[in-house]
Write a protein that binds this ligand. Structure first.
Ligand SMILES: C[S@@+](CC[C@H](N)C(=O)[O-])C[C@H]1O[C@@H](n2cnc3c(N)ncnc32)[C@H](O)[C@@H]1O
Length: 226
């Protein structure tokens, strides 16, 4: 039987904390490579870092290991996720909030980062404007996320490759794959790379690049001018 779909993405993930780390590695090809690559594109010495969509803390742990003296603020809509992330990262500040409702003081971060989370936000123009304001001049926005292909055909190739990966022996059950598809239909808002760049540029960002890509997953780099 198909599981019921929770009313928000935060509730969906909050209900899956215990299985999350195994599940994300089974359903996202090259997940660990993607996080490692993202960390490689972070600026040299950010003092204050905001991470959006912490989940169980996998990216946050890598960021904290790279910048042990930085002040790390972790945001997630799921309190269950932040509870676990807090055990892994006791020194970090935690904020339970939807990204859409987050009050971020202007000019308070040197780096905003995120993995596989921002596609849950529909109004990316508003999100990027707020993240630009949250950054100090010269600050960076570097995030991994699920992207829409440039054309329906290209997106179809990426999507089918992802489903084949999920269904490959040893990865996900058919029930789990069905749950991802239902989740995507209910909560995901994919945007093509070019549109991300247009929206980021409109918000004031420069140095736009896609520094890594694998099927629907990509890493985007942007910077607030100094
Ligand atoms: C796919 S998980 C990614 C977790 C982690 N960054 C990783 O790479 O494993 C997405 C996370 O974003 C959170 N999330 C989804 N939509 C959100 C929203 N609108 N506001 C705040 N958090 C959200 C979920 O609760 C979940 O923990």
């Amino acid at each position: 039987m198909t599981e019921p779909i929770e009313s928000t993405a935060g509730e969906y993930f909050g209900a899956r904390v215990a299985e999350y780390d195994a599940l994300i590695r089974a359903c996202v090809p090259r997940y660990d490579e993607m996080l490692e690559r993202l960390v490689g594109y972070l600026p040299p010495a950010p003092a204050a870092i905001l991470e959006l969509g912490t989940g169980t803390g996998n990216l946050a742990s890598a960021v904290a290991a790279r910048f042990p003296d930085a002040a790390l603020t972790l945001v997630d809509a799921a309190p269950e996720m932040l509870e676990l992330a807090g055990q892994r990262l006791p020194g970090a500040s935690r904020v339970v909030s939807r990204f859409e409702d987050l009050a971020v003081p202007e000019g308070s971060f040197d780096l905003v980062t995120s993995a596989i989370s921002l596609h849950h936000v529909e109004d990316k123009a508003a999100l990027y404007a707020r993240l630009f304001a949250a950054l100090r001049p010269g600050g960076a926005l570097v995030f991994a996320d699920q992207l829409m292909g440039r054309t329906p055909d290209l997106h179809g190739v990426n999507w089918e490759a992802w489903l084949a990966h999920c269904r490959a022996p040893g990865n996900c059950t058919e029930e789990q794959t069905r749950s991802f598809l239902d989740h995507a239909e209910a909560h995901d808002h994919y945007t093509p790379l070019e549109e991300h760049f247009d929206l980021l540029r409109a918000a004031g960002f420069v140095e736009l690049d896609c520094v890594w890509r694998n099927w629907i997953w990509g890493i985007i780099h942007a910077r607030r001018p100094a």
